[in-house]
Ligand binder design. Structure first.
Ligand code: NAD
Ligand code: DAU
Length: 339
């Protein structure tokens, strides 16, 4: 197998590339633009290997995509590349729409022309929008995205599906819940809270902190994507959830307990506009069809993640260079205290 992975230098994409190199004999081509979120350090363990190639390019660049597919004739494309952060999508929607929607279109067109045998679109539970307790989204649930990010992902999903319906491109879509684990960029809740707590900085909790997310360890997500890539049916959607729903405040308190810090570090700040209150997923379809199930429990996964950040302070320092500070000021500097 020859697999083209887009966004393989990001958090989940790099975990997926490392897993493929370690656990299969496949050739892996990583196609990544290296935005602020892309980091080749995440791939140091595999970079020199003969089954890995890196292409530094933009998925919106039709010529670069066509050249990569022409040179490598991949059997499958696994499409992770995206602007993945909701807060950034609220501050500046344009790059989010461009990469997540237009970029997916460019890849689908190239895949159609090259008759790629499998196109896996990596998507998110955010496309279902906020769900009242006790609802859980199954794959046929209506789409109700709230942010520019989730709307761009929902649009890309619909476009990918249309390529199956119209052109019979063998598309599979996976929709995962909130990931956490090593190498996550410290703009997302868990790594932001860990890195701030380790340095005795304030932990900014949006609104009342009672928004619920379903936490999925990154390697469980990657195993789910691989299961769908191998065993998923053409044109189908598969949810991948962690089966561990928690209010943000509980997550933040667990981070404080595991880092030995006090709740005095918590700062309630202005809520995210359009903030979805609760996500919840059923992954029964993927489990029934492939046998996949999440393996990591949240307490162990969180402890392991905290240990990783404690032991990788250089990595954190490097990714929090100038651009991160500008973003942090933009997103948090204008938020007032909620209490
Ligand atoms: P990330 O932000 O850590 O990484 C994104 C990667 O895509 C980076 O390496 C970046 O350089 C690359 N990229 C961005 N724009 C590009 C472009 N135009 N061309 C080529 N490469 C580009 O993201 P992540 O958290 O690893 O998420 C990966 C995918 O998984 C995304 O599609 C996201 O929507 C989806 N997802 C994420 C989560 C989560 O909790 N993080 C949950 C469900 C689904
Ligand atoms: O659900 C899957 C999605 O999970 C993915 O599709 C996205 O790519 C990923 O970024 C993530 O989106 P969220 O918006 O849920 O993740 P984030 O880590 O930004 O926020 C998680 C929750 O924590 C959310 O309710 C907002 C809250 N939060 C976040 C940050 C960064 C805070 O209270 N304070 C913060 O500083």
């Amino acid at each position: 197998m020859n697999v083209l992975v887009t966004g393989g230098a990001g958090f989940i994409g790099s975990a997926f590339v490392r897993m493929l190199i370690a656990e299969t004999d496949w050739r892996v081509i990583n196609f990544d633009k290296l935005t602020y979120a892309g980091n080749l350090e995440n791939l140091a363990a595999v970079a020199e290997g003969p089954r890995y190639r890196f292409i530094h390019a933009d998925i919106c660049d039709e010529a670069a995509v066509a050249a990569a597919i022409g040179e490598e004739s991949p059997d499958a494309i696994v499409h992770f590349a995206a602007e993945s952060h909701v807060d950034r999508s609220i501050l500046s929607p344009e790059p989010v729409i461009h990469t997540n929607f237009r970029g997916t279109f460019v890849l689908l067109e190239a895949a159609r022309r090259a008759k790629i045998a499998r196109f896996l679109q990596v998507s998110t539970d955010e496309v279902y929008g906020s769900l009242e307790q006790p609802l859980e989204a199954t794959e046929d649930f209506p789409l109700n995205p709230s942010s520019p990010y989730s709307a761009s992902k929902a649009g890309a999903d619909l476009l990918a599906r249309s390529y199956f319906t119209t052109y019979r491109l063998p598309v599979v879509i996976t929709r995962a819940s909130n990931n956490y684990g090593p190498y996550q960029f410290p703009e997302k809740l868990i790594p932001l809270m860990i890195t701030n707590a380790l340095e005795d900085r304030r932990l900014p909790v949006y609104g009342d902190g009672m928004q619920v997310r379903d936490w999925l360890y990154v390697s469980d997500h990657c195993r789910g994507i691989l299961a769908a890539l191998r065993g998923g049916r053409d044109g189908e959607i598969y949810n991948i959830g962690g089966n561990r729903s928690l209010p943000n405040l509980i997550v933040v308190r667990q981070v404080l307990a595991l880092t030995g810090k006090t709740e005095a570090l918590i700062e309630y700040v202005t809520d995210r506009p359009g903030h979805d209150r609760r996500y919840a997923l059923s992954s029964d379809k993927l489990t029934a069809e492939t046998g996949w199930a999440p393996l990591m429990d949240f307490e162990n996964g969180l402890a392991h993640t905290i240990a990783w950040y404690e032991n990788h302070r250089d990595w954190v320092e490097r990714v929090r260079s100038g651009e991160y500070r500008t973003y942090y000021e933009q997103n948090y500097g204008t938020r007032s205290l909620a209490h």
